[in-house]
Structure formats: structure tokens, C-alpha cells
Design a binder for this molecule. Structure first.
Ligand SMILES: Nc1ncnc2c1ncn2[C@@H]1O[C@H](COP(=O)(O)OP(=O)(O)O)[C@@H](O)[C@H]1O
Ligand SMILES: [Mg+2]
Length: 366
């Protein structure tokens, strides 16, 4: 089929608000447009409104204001069984009295498929999650990871166009979780399914998603592909929520085109890139990734501002060195360097000079 306008906005949230009690908004102003086939993750702290958004999309909750559309049609006008949505949750709730195969056949019976068609689809879905031989077992006879695979197969068995997953891997141990992260994205991409995935785990979000919507306080703080989110956070919340980050506070001293000078509260001046600051005198939090700090001054431009730093702690981590410094009155400034043959191991007690490229230091909202 040729893509249509509705394919580019297959799932749309249009100025959506939600209040449960008629007073406080838990979703404040949600605007989101997903193309068909996209894997999008809603990432954010507990209580930021992620599950509420998923429930509204699934039709279990109604929006207080605004409109949600699937394939160009407002979901209010689509009966639940015609929405074609598969769902997987953390407590996967398989029916305990049914076998695995019966669990999978259930959504097909609801949709009135015949027996032979049901059996073929059930087997295909089980094979997809590498559980082809387990159709005759009951859920209690499976490990947690196997049950979660079955829950995934049950969500996919009726070939939905849209799959919603709410922290589906939260109950699994680390190794299995990482394996399932890979499996889920592989299956979703192979089948061309549009997926909305919810997690509070930033690594999971970064590794699985085409785009990530970072939620806080009922709003999307930033919606971007993983690399952009990590390298170009648009505000302090996103900078601190995603990855490790050094934060220094100060006041904008001068601002000129793509550069600004920031006078830190400790008195020193540093170079930064103005992101959401606009004029001298404004307070700012500047954000520098630990791997973008330069400890070799000769690699910086001659007029770059540098800071004095005292080495407090050196941690050998195998692939990288993690060094904690006292910088601008803080004792939690982290530098990460690669364990390369010519890399120096900084000695605690010594004083060094550090700097960075202005574009690696982002002046954000205070
Ligand atoms: N059924 C409900 N009734 C009343 N308040 C709710 C209900 N579900 C969630 N909330 C509240 O809405 C806010 C957002 O919750 P939720 O969408 O579950 O966030 P998240 O999934 O990001 O942790 C929270 O303050 C939560 O307490
Ligand atoms: Mg939730």
C-alpha cells in the first residue's frame, strides 16, 4: 500500500489533557504524532503520566480535553475490538486455568476466527517468541521470562497494527531483560508494528527506540531520537534525567551568536553554548557530559577558558577511567576517559586544568 497522510500521523495525541479528580491535571498538554512502524518510548519518573497516556490510547481511560486519533480517526469513534491494539503489561496476567495455546487462541476466538486459522496463528506467534514447544503448558509451569514471552505472543497473535507495552520487562532479571529488549525490537521491526513502549529505565529507552518522549509532570519535555536526546538535551530536566551529567550553576555574562560566557557562582568564567538562555544576567545551569571534559589542555583552542580541578578519586573500570574532581566549589565533578595506551591515570591530590569545547557545554534553564 502506498503511504498516506494518515501513515505519517498514524497515532496522534492532539492537545490532550487528563484529570482523574476534575482538579489536577496529570497529563497537561500532550502533542505527539507517530508515523506507522515507529517504535516510540515514553520515558519518565514514576507519576509523570506515562501509564495514563497509554490507557487513554488503549481506550481504558478517556481524555478530559483534546483528541487522540489512530489512522486519522478519533478513537472515540472506534469500538475497542476494532482498534487493533495489542497490549503487554508488567504483570502479564495470563489466564492461569488455560494452557499457553488456549491463552493465545483467546483473542482470536473473540475475533471469531475459525479453528484451523486459530491454530496456525497461535503456532506462528509461539514460534516468533521461540516458545513453539510450550503450547500445552499452563502459565504456572513456566518461568517469569517464559510467561513474559507468552504475554508478548498473545499481544501479537491477532496481528495488531499497534502494540502498547507498559514496563513489560520490569520483573525480569538483567540478563533476560536485555535479551527481551533485543527480541521485542526485532519482532516489532520485522512485523512493521507501531509500538508505544513505557519505561522508567533510560538505558532501555535509549537502546530500543526510534524516538523517546521524555515525560515529567504531565508534559513531554523533549521528543527526539536517542542520540539527539543524549547529546542535545533541550532543558535541565532532560540533561539530568538522561545519562550522567556534570552541572555547574552561574549567570550569563555575555552572549553572542552561538556562544556565551557564564560566570559560575564560584567566580570563574567558562565558555558554553546558549540553549535556552537569551540574555546577560540570566541564571543558568550548564551541563557537560563526563566524556566531553578535556584534561589535555593542548587539545583546546588557545583562548579557551579553563578551570582548576583537584583530583579527589580515581576509579579504574576496565574500559574507562572514572575520575572525581573538585571543580568550582563542587566535589562531584566526574571525568570519564577511555583506557587507551597513552591515557594518563590522574593521581588523587594533584591539581590539573580542565576545559571543553563550548559546543559540549550547554547553558540550560536554571
Ligand atoms: N486511576 C487513577 N485515579 C486517580 N489518580 C490516578 C489514577 N491513575 C494514576 N493516577 C495519578 O496520575 C498521576 C500519573 O500516574 P501514571 O500515569 O500512572 O504515571 P506513570 O505511569 O508515569 O508512573 C499520578 O499522580 C497518579 O497517582
Ligand atoms: Mg506507570
Amino acid at each position: 500500500m502506498a503511504p498516506t497522510a494518515a501513515d505519517n500521523a498514524f497515532v496522534e495525541f492532539d492537545r490532550v489533557q487528563k484529570s482523574y479528580d476534575g482538579e489536577t491535571l496529570v497529563v497537561k498538554d500532550l502533542n505527539l504524532s507517530m508515523p506507522r512502524g515507529e517504535f516510540l518510548t515514553m520515558l519518565g519518573p514514576s507519576g509523570s503520566g506515562k501509564t495514563t497516556c497509554l490507557m487513554m490510547l488503549a481506550g481504558f481511560e478517556t481524555a478530559t480535553h483534546g483528541d487522540i486519533r489512530i489512522g486519522g480517526t478519533s478513537i472515540n469513534h472506534i469500538p475497542p475490538h476494532k482498534r487493533g491494539i495489542g497490549m503487554v503489561f508488567q504483570n502479564y496476567a495470563l489466564f492461569p486455568h488455560m494452557t499457553v495455546a488456549e491463552n493465545l487462541a483467546f483473542p482470536l476466538e473473540v475475533r471469531k476466527l475459525g479453528k484451523s486459522e486459530r491454530e496456525a496463528k497461535v503456532q506462528r506467534a509461539l514460534d516468533m517468541v521461540q516458545m513453539g514447544k510450550f503450547g500445552g503448558r499452563r502459565p504456572a509451569q513456566l518461568s517469569g521470562g517464559q510467561q513474559q514471552r507468552i504475554a508478548l505472543a498473545r499481544a501479537l497473535v491477532f496481528e495488531p497494527e499497534l502494540v502498547l507495552m507498559d514496563e513489560p520487562l520490569g520483573a525480569l532479571d538483567k540478563q533476560l531483560r536485555e535479551h527481551m529488549q533485543f527480541e521485542i525490537t526485532r519482532i516489532a521491526h520485522n512485523l512493521g508494528i507501531t509500538t508505544v513502549y513505557v519505561t522508567h529505565d533510560q538505558t532501555e529507552a535509549l537502546t530500543m527506540s526510534d524516538r523517546v518522549a521524555v515525560f515529567d509532570d504531565g508534559r513531554i519535555q523533549q521528543l527526539a531520537p536517542p542520540d539527539e536526546l543524549y547529546e542535545a538535551p533541550q532543558n535541565s530536566f532532560v540533561a539530568q534525567f538522561i545519562g550522567e551529567n556534570n552541572t555547574l550553576t552561574g549567570v550569563i555574562k555575555s552572549i553572542d551568536g552561538g556562544r556565551c560566557a557564564v560566570q559560575l557562582d564560584s567566580g570563574e568564567v567558562i565558555d558554553a553554548m546558549p540553549v535556552n538562555v537569551s540574555k546577560p544576567g540570566e541564571r543558568t545551569k550548564v551541563s557537560i557530559r563526563p566524556e566531553r571534559v578535556e584534561i589535555n589542555k593542548s587539545r583546546l583552542s588557545p583562548d579557551a577558558h579553563t578551570l582548576k580541578a583537584e583530583v579527589l578519586e580515581f576509579i579504574y573500570m576496565g574500559d574507562i577511567f572514572r575520575t572525581r574532581l573538585r571543580v568550582a566549589g563542587r566535589e562531584d565533578f566526574i571525568v570519564k576517559t577511555r583506557n587507551a595506551p597513552d591515557q594518563v591515570r590522574l593521581q588523587p591530590g594533584t591539581t590539573i586544568e580542565i576545559g571543553w569545547l563550548p559546543e559540549d557545554c550547554r547553558a540550560l534553564d536554571a
